[in-house]
Design a protein around this ligand. Sequence first.
Ligand SMILES: Cc1cc2nc3c(=O)[nH]c(=O)nc-3n(C[C@H](O)[C@H](O)[C@H](O)COP(=O)(O)O)c2cc1C
Length: 405
Amino acid sequence: MPMANELFNWLYRDLEDQASAILEPASFNYYRSGATKERTLARSRDSWAKYDFIPRIPVERKMVSSRSQFCTVDLAAPIYVAPMAFQSLLNSGAESKFALAANLVNVPYCLSSRTTTPINEVAEVAADPVEQKRLFGQLSGFHKYMLEHFWEKDKASPNSSKLFFQVYFMAEQEVTFQLAQEAKSSGFSLLFLTVDTPVLGMRLSDLKMGFVPPEGYADKLYDRLVAQGRQSSFNSSGEVPFQPKSRDNALNQDPAIGLGATKLLKDRVDLPVATKGVISQADLAIAIAHGAEGVVVSNHGGRQLDDTIVTANTLWGLWDNFDPFRVSVDGGISNGADVVKALCMGAGSVGIGRNAAWAFASGGAPGVAAYLIEVRIEIEYAMTLLGAGSVSELDRSYITPRMMP
Ligand SMILES: Cc1cc2nc3c(=O)[nH]c(=O)nc-3n(C[C@H](O)[C@H](O)[C@H](O)COP(=O)(O)O)c2cc1C
């Protein structure tokens, strides 16, 4: 049986403080920071705690299942790791080890276009049975015991997804299409097209600290395309040579990109697309009309327009009557109870960003695996104590905005 001192070793540590003690200050700040006065960032942090549960007592209790779906893909649990750029800043294992840890727990990992690791390498390491076995061996007895419990349950979702790929439309679209194609051929099952970054939010603290992003995989791909383009113009193969704009310009996000870009992407890469960064419910129908399967309700972790409404209040106050499997949400989620509140508000799944990153920074792959196991445990606890047997049973009748301070 698990030892009491091994329980919830990660979920209730101050992971952000631990990461700040370990990371180089400008790297830590890049992960921590938000736009301008960071008011949306600050509000996001405790926004989910401002909703209270209203447990129900079912006539008969059933075994809880937290299986879910997002767009066309099955989820063994209603969570995934949100896309975050430049993970070599967090831990030397970078994107490969982060994805390995999430996948061990049957939690999908969304790889950012700003990955520092080649896309196929991330897919290979994440699915490597030797790496998985080694990582399992590094977990505590409690986490092993609980993970085996989840593996047994997850046999009911044999087709659950493991890898998503986030797309930024670069000003040089060929780079974008190549990245997304590589993701498809490496087995990624869903694209997140980020639509909330026509310009990068004003992260003043990063500017003050002189943060310079590391070289990403897109830079290397760009160089390769340039070299191939040069060759093709000499070898008269008939191919149109790649004619890049300036390097910096080519790798910046295209400011013209909006919901209509979904079709452009789908015409080139045959994978389902979710548009990430939607706030108004009116944009859900427009996104779907342009070919998206669903949307991620997100304010980009408070990193774009400061004073944008936090996503808990967005779902509670502005959204109603939508298909949960078309709507996911992220922003300020730190534990399983937060996840269940988002499901009660109608989302079918939830992205976890910084908190997973802090676990990865301070504990590497075993840290993030243990953290995600604990989140999964807490989701099942909260559902059991709420009296709901499945994600589809959760609705607004189980929560209320806090009535008294
Ligand atoms: C350091 C950092 C890098 C990010 N990079 C990306 C990215 O490359 N693409 C993207 O769509 N979102 C990116 N995001 C936004 C996250 O995907 C997600 O929307 C947000 O972090 C969720 O909030 P949380 O961190 O409070 O969980 C990034 C967020 C952080 C903190």
